[in-house]
Design a protein around this ligand. Structure first.
Ligand code: R5P
Length: 293
């Protein structure tokens, strides 16, 4: 292992230089993978824009019934036409998403904690690869706790899922977890996203931060950004616009859609930013026009 003493600060991110090994496929880092893996990635990431709007509703896996997600059966069919991907648990998807209307699926495959605990970093792989195949999942999402008490077991979970995914050509999305005590700095996200990518994930989900374009540049696979806590709609659109400008290939947004008073209109506006080059201001005007009739 490299000596940590006198470690130099990484700085040569070349954020203005495109990723070099991309010939043949439109998504960073996926060029050398096989047809099935590319097909799943193309289900998630629109081949025209190269981007994705994922809708995250997996919060119940540790929070139980969550404000805005009380009736998944009513909410999900309304949002399905307006997003590229549903990110949820197999229980929520099987019971509340009619298969004929489902967009692509990011299946959460780890669980084991609840919000009643202080330390949420100890999870297990709860879904067999065979069940991910049966559900035709387009990727499997693994919560990954770099720097937390459960780091070793969560990296073990991540590698177990990646290994199974490689056997069946199903991508793995490493979800960069942020514990209560973890600073949301670019230093932390550069560490965590790169560790997750080097394990072999095909997608990394993380958060916005200072110098986010450097986090993107140093991550050799597409990054999608979580929405995080509920913001005013205009601010959530600014977040989406900002991360797309800095190289994210999409958002994986939960509360900022399902806790909005107008989730469908919110999803439509986010789509315009992610896929059609709308600015945050243009998208917000569209949102206001649509909710005011
Ligand atoms: C976090 O680990 C959960 O998996 C959520 O999917 C994620 O936080 C995205 O949801 P939100 O935009 O509400 O943060």
């Amino acid at each position: 292992m490299a000596d940590l003493q006198g470690l130099k600060v990484a700085k040569d991110y070349h954020t203005d230089v495109p990723f070099a090994n991309q010939n043949g496929f439109y998504l960073k880092g996926i060029n050398s993978l096989d047809w099935g893996m590319k097909r799943h990635m193309a289900n998630i990431f629109d081949p025209k824009s190269g981007n994705t709007v994922m809708f995250a509703f997996d919060h119940g896996y540790f929070m139980g019934s969550t404000a805005g997600l009380e009736r998944l059966d009513l909410l999900l069919p309304k949002l399905a036409p307006h997003v590229n991907c549903f990110m949820g648990t197999r229980g929520a998807i099987r019971t509340c998403v009619p298969p004929e209307i489902a967009p692509s699926i990011a299946l959460r495959v780890t669980s084991g904690s609840s919000m009643l605990q202080d330390d949420l970093s100890h999870e297990i792989v709860a879904v067999d690869i065979e069940d991910a195949v049966r559900m035709n999942a387009d990727c499997m999402a693994v919560q990954t706790f770099v720097g937390a008490d459960g780091q070793l077991s969560s990296l073990e979970n991540l590698n177990q899922v990646i290994n199974a995914g490689m056997r069946y050509s199903i991508p793995t999305m490493g979800v960069c977890a942020v514990g209560k005590d973890m600073a949301r700095t670019d230093r932390f996200f550069k560490l965590a996203t790169r560790i997750i990518a080097e394990m072999g994930c095909q997608v990394v989900k993380t958060y916005d931060c200072e110098n986010f374009e450097e986090v993107v540049a140093a991550c050799p696979v597409p990054i999608v950004v979580a929405g995080g806590k509920k913001l005013a709609e205009a601010e959530a659109m600014t977040l989406a616009y900002s991360v797309i400008q800095k190289g994210a290939r999409g958002v994986d947004m939960g509360r900022n859609i399902f806790q909005s008073e107008h989730p469908v209109e919110m999803a439509i506006a986010i789509n315009k930013i992610v896929h059609e080059g709308f600015t945050d201001k243009e998208a917000y005007e569209l949102y206001l026009d649509s909710i005011n009739g």
